[in-house]
Design a protein around this ligand. Sequence first.
Ligand code: TRP
Length: 331
Amino acid sequence: MNKKILLTGDRPTGKLHLGHYVGSLKNRVKMQEEYNTFIMVADIQALTDNYDNPQKVRDNVFEVVADNLAAGIDSKNVNYFIQSQIPEIAELTIFFSNMVTVSELQRNPTVKTEIGQKGKLFKDGNVTFGFLGYPVSQTADISFLKAEIVPVGEDQLPVLEQGNRILKKFNRYYGKTFPEIKGIVGDVARLAGLDGNKMSKSLNNAIYLSDTSEEVANKIKKAKTDSENKVYYDLKKKPEISNLMEYYKIATGKSFDEIENEFKDITYYSEFKEKLTEELNNFLNNFRERRKKYEENPQLVWDILEDGRKKVREIAKKNMIEVKEKMKINY
Ligand code: TRP
């Protein structure tokens, strides 16, 4: 098998939403056959900023796997596994931790922004060793499998750059072992939520892949508009309508011009909103149908994860033998 390896992960801290879909899941769907694909549930990483709430992390393992399966990332093509079940990742994290300085991590834009957002958890710069080091462990997540292709949200690119600096150093000190990693960002890098801020669970502005049709209808009904009652794309002048057009585009695949043309004769935005609700629900119906099977029988998800664990551990063991040889700790 000479397909390149693709790996990506989700922190199990909540259900996945449309922003995750356009930012990363859509690419996973597209690329799953071209690459040897692995999807990791990053439970240890989720604990770095949820160490005080392990039940939340536990409960969301099922949800994120079900969301990926619902999006059409098929367990026939893809290996799903849980980070904490692969001890080699933790081992490699320790080895990689010598390849990075504390100040490099403190300067990382993703880490910096996230520490800022955590509020009281990391108050007054009192960030934990574990959180500060998550780019190191994320590099291990990717490289223990020698993965090269990494579909992620745009915000994660500085973490992957840090990863490449670690891998370069490792290869320089111990001999060429790991390939460079390449982040792949979706065509809508930053989807706005219903309030115009970045779509995010914590801001309560998201449309979830698992929302019911009533939930979608309510959210769209309440979405802010302007008073012009004309549908056209102008992010500056009409951010609310432009954003709803973006959702319409995701649901239908139509261009902004086509959408503008389709609604040129409406009198009230409610006509646009009704059609948007219908199209979003058509789009999400595929997800709902695929998800149902796993909701009715959650054991299917746990079986998929167990299959993945077995396959992944085989590769992990093999790669760690090589790593330890290179590092001269192969006693
Ligand atoms: N940090 C990623 C996120 O928040 C999740 C993640 C963990 C990940 N390990 C990974 C992504 C490895 C890609 C590769 O989205």
